[in-house]
Write a protein that binds this ligand. Structure first.
Ligand SMILES: CC(C)(COP(=O)(O)OP(=O)(O)OC[C@H]1O[C@@H](n2cnc3c(N)ncnc32)[C@H](O)[C@@H]1OP(=O)(O)O)[C@@H](O)C(=O)NCCC(=O)NCCS
Length: 139
């Protein structure tokens, strides 16, 4: 299996429907139209991967010109292991290399043991430990 037949795009914004469909498929739940409108508006790079009209992969950058975070790197479970996530990350790293950020981070969850090695391939290294503020809705 390969990423042949997959079209990559940096068009932004992307409609909420396909975005919610993708992140729901990877188990992150839906965010809704208003949230995606804000996310798209504030993401300086939004990489999407499409098979025809189906959104099968994505990744994005949120930054202020100095500090930068990579978010929402996701590939639909039916399309994982075909190089789509790597192709998304190569586009993100290409963008990072053209900037002069002081810091670039991302969150990688231990529930998926391939996440660490996956990001290490693209120049990321584990640092310290992460902390997450417990929002009232999660407490
Ligand atoms: C992590 C993720 C984005 C990788 O995307 P992908 O398209 O499956 O990755 P690729 O096909 O480009 O694989 C690249 C490498 O990652 C590793 N890998 C990715 N998925 C894997 C899997 N399910 N099992 C084993 N290794 C895997 C392999 O080492 C692979 O190397 P190979 O080229 O030698 O086979 C994807 O699995 C995903 O969306 N997972 C669920 C969401 C998630 O956890 N995102 C990360 C948030 S922290």
């Amino acid at each position: 299996m390969s990423s042949d037949g997959i079209r990559f795009s940096t068009d932004n914004p992307v409609p909420a429907g396909p975005l919610d469909g993708l992140i729901e498929a990877v188990g992150w739940g839906r965010r809704g139209e208003a949230a995606w409108a804000k996310i798209c508006a504030r993401s300086s790079l939004l990489v999407t991967a499409w098979e025809d009209a189906r959104l099968v992969g994505m990744g994005r950058i949120l930054e202020d010109g100095v500090m930068c975070m990579v978010y929402d790197v996701a590939v639909h479970p039916l399309y994982q292991g075909r190089g789509i996530g790597s192709a998304v990350m190569r586009r993100i790293v290409g963008h990072l290399e053209r900037q002069s950020f002081q810091s670039v981070g991302l969150f990688a969850w231990d529930q998926n043991p391939v996440n660490g090695p996956f990001y290490e391939r693209f120049g990321f290294a584990r640092v310290g430990y992460g902390m997450k503020f417990a929002l009232p809705a999660e407490a």
